[in-house]
Design a protein around this ligand. Structure first.
Ligand code: UDP
Ligand code: MG
Length: 328
């Protein structure tokens, strides 16, 4: 994107069947954003709504040139909506916010102020969450603890949509599944500074929540994926080879015992279940190593096809050409 097109702030709103929430949210956002005197845009991503959300957005847009709309062909999910929103955002700073009014736009200036203290990402913490305790607040507490443990990036509230990102920290991150919540962890691994501030949270008064409990499983599986990718995506043979090695060790022990039992106790080898265990483990070991080698090929294709380096450079400092001539 050409630099002259850039503005200071993009607010990204994922919208899925939120017709009754759009106008009130837009009013609130409008008054907060115009008070900041930043150049801004509101980028609504209509995630294939089947109600009048798109019509509502179009009406809002007709009276306000700050509003841009992306409409998906069908419902691709909130993470996909964020992905598109982040890609087409023109702002130097990007702030996602839920369309249902649960996040409070009045928190945006505070997020920006914190960002200006020198952070790359400021994450909202819904300290007093106004959601169902059993299906939302409790699972989310457990999830946040687990994500913190596994990723090593401890935040109180990964799931909070309201965050502020510097565009350059966000744009390189590719999102799949339910992964938008892991952005702070992914970014932190890339060396970005992440902060957290308490934000307001309000009950949903209109429309229905789009999620059930099955989101928990998706988040857990995504967590395994990102951990795996982070630890081994450049050297998968280490993990597959490691598992293969363990299986091979098990196989040798089991086979050794079978032979020992034959020699010492004259116990028939082909009636000994340990022989089967040994053969199975050996086959598995070979499979693991082969899978590791395949993964190595995949990883090379992945990094090289996208020209994705396996590191993140902050800057390259070249010598000053005048430096040598100053020596006596
Ligand atoms: N959303 C979306 N696509 C979906 C599901 C949800 O864009 O497939 C949007 C939804 O319109 C809302 C936000 O994501 O703006 C959060 O959804 P919701 O309020 O249902 O989730 P909860 O707050 O209950 O976690
Ligand atoms: Mg909500």
């Amino acid at each position: 994107m050409a630099d002259e097109n850039r503005i200071e702030l993009t607010v990204v709103i994922p919208v899925y069947n939120e017709e009754s929430n759009l106008e009130p949210l837009y009013q609130e956002l409008g008054s907060v954003l115009s008070a900041t005197s930043l150049s801004y845009e509101i980028l609504a991503v209509d995630d294939g709504s089947s109600d009048n959300s798109f019509k509502k957005l179009t009406e809002i847009q007709q009276n306000d040139p700050h509003v841009r709309i992306i409409r998906f062909r069908r419902n691709f999910g909130q993470t996909a909506a964020f992905s598109a929103g982040f890609k087409y955002a023109r702002g130097r700073i990007i702030v996602p916010i839920d369309a249902d009014g649960q996040n409070d736009p009045a928190d945006i200036p505070r997020l920006l102020a914190k960002l200006n203290e020198g952070y790359d990402i400021v994450s909202g913490w819904r300290k007093e969450r106004k959601d169902n305790a059993v299906t939302r607040t409790l699972p989310s507490r457990i999830a946040n603890w687990l994500i913190g443990r596994i990723t090593g990036v401890r935040l109180h509230d990964y799931g909070c949509t309201l965050k502020a990102y510097r565009a350059e920290s966000l744009k390189p991150i590719r999102l799949y599944g339910e992964m938008h919540r892991f952005i702070p962890a992914l970014a932190r691994w890339g060396g970005e500074n992440v902060a957290e501030i308490v934000v307001n949270h309000r009950p949903r008064i209109r429309g229905k929540t789009k999620y059930g409990l099955n989101r928990i499983f998706k988040v857990l599986l995504d967590l395994i994926t990102i951990k795996f990718l982070a630890s081994f995506s450049t050297k998968p043979i280490y993990i597959f080879g490691g598992m293969g090695g363990l299986c091979m060790l098990g196989s040798l022990i089991s086979g050794g015992i079978t032979i020992y039992m034959k020699i010492a106790q004259d116990y028939s080898m082909n009636r000994n279940p340990l022989l089967i265990v040994s053969t199975m483990l050996m086959t598995t070991a070979v499979q693991f190593v082969l899978m590791g080698l395949l993964a190595e090929i995949l990883v090379r294709t992945y990094h090289e096809s996208q020209d994705r380096p396996t590191y993140v450079i902050e800057k390259i400092q070249e010598p000053n050409p005048a430096a040598g001539s100053q020596e006596s």
